[in-house]
Design a protein around this ligand. Sequence first.
Ligand SMILES: NC(=O)c1ccc[n+]([C@@H]2O[C@H](COP(=O)([O-])OP(=O)(O)OC[C@H]3O[C@@H](n4cnc5c(N)ncnc54)[C@H](OP(=O)(O)O)[C@@H]3O)[C@@H](O)[C@H]2O)c1
Length: 270
Amino acid sequence: MKFKDQVVLITGATSGIGEACAEIFGKQGAKIAITGRNPEKLKNTEQKLKESGIQVYSILADAAKEEDNRHMAEQTIKHFGRIDILINNAGISMRALFEDLDMEVFRKVMDTNFYGTVYATKYCLPSILKSKGSIIGISSINGYRGTPARTAYTASKYAMNGFFESLRTEVMKKGVHVLVVAPGFTASNIRNTALTADGSSQGESPRDEAKMMTSEEVAQHILKATLKRKRDMVLTFQGKLAVFLNKWMPGILDGIVYNQMAKEKDSPFK
Ligand SMILES: NC(=O)c1ccc[n+]([C@@H]2O[C@H](COP(=O)([O-])OP(=O)(O)OC[C@H]3O[C@@H](n4cnc5c(N)ncnc54)[C@H](OP(=O)(O)O)[C@@H]3O)[C@@H](O)[C@H]2O)c1
């Protein structure tokens, strides 16, 4: 019961990594607040967590809306009295060439992944400063290395990394811990819902999800890194290799990344 009675707020916790974090932190005795945009999915996750004996409170909130983030923080404090850990997890992806991409799609990805993180952190920070807790950002390998046909997604994750690097040093003498997690390819719903050039959902994953790290494994790593108050964490062998090679030989990695991503099913470039 390593997180007994700590209050953990997780954005976008109705599937994948967010839902797995809710379960794993909940099983360690934490009180869990979860958000999502879909009332039915939110209720299903709430029910599932309750059946596992977890204390859970769900809030319908769109990460891209500042007001929803303010409301989410207020409601969590009203319900549980405090916030110890914020996991900025809500996120969407996209796949399209930039030349074809509707700018509305670019904005939607930035609004959800980047501004969603900024707003949630802003409204939870006063309580986390009091509790000397943790702020966690679920970034991506794309926060260290861009891939073709993912311009908006890559930009949103680089922006998250920069935001947290700055914030971490701002709060380092106030006892607040900031962790940035970069999962590698993880089996989840993200590639099914990824937006195409016109904003419609891609519908199915272009990759073999069975070969990926599971969301539960990612959540286990996040739990351990939170306990150790680590500053950052890069996951999967392929992810670590990409970050390393990009640091020391980015030009060579350009070609490798292009060829790898071109092999994806229905890739918009060859
Ligand atoms: N899976 C990977 O390979 C991978 C790799 C690196 C990083 N990540 C990051 O991990 C995080 C979680 O993704 P995942 O893979 O677990 O994907 P997922 O299974 O699609 O889960 C995404 C969650 O975010 C919620 N969400 C999306 N837009 C939202 C919004 N505007 N407001 C509130 N909630 C929203 C979704 O719920 P609703 O749709 O019901 O709102 C869902 O609960 C994301 O930030 C993603 O970028 C994933």
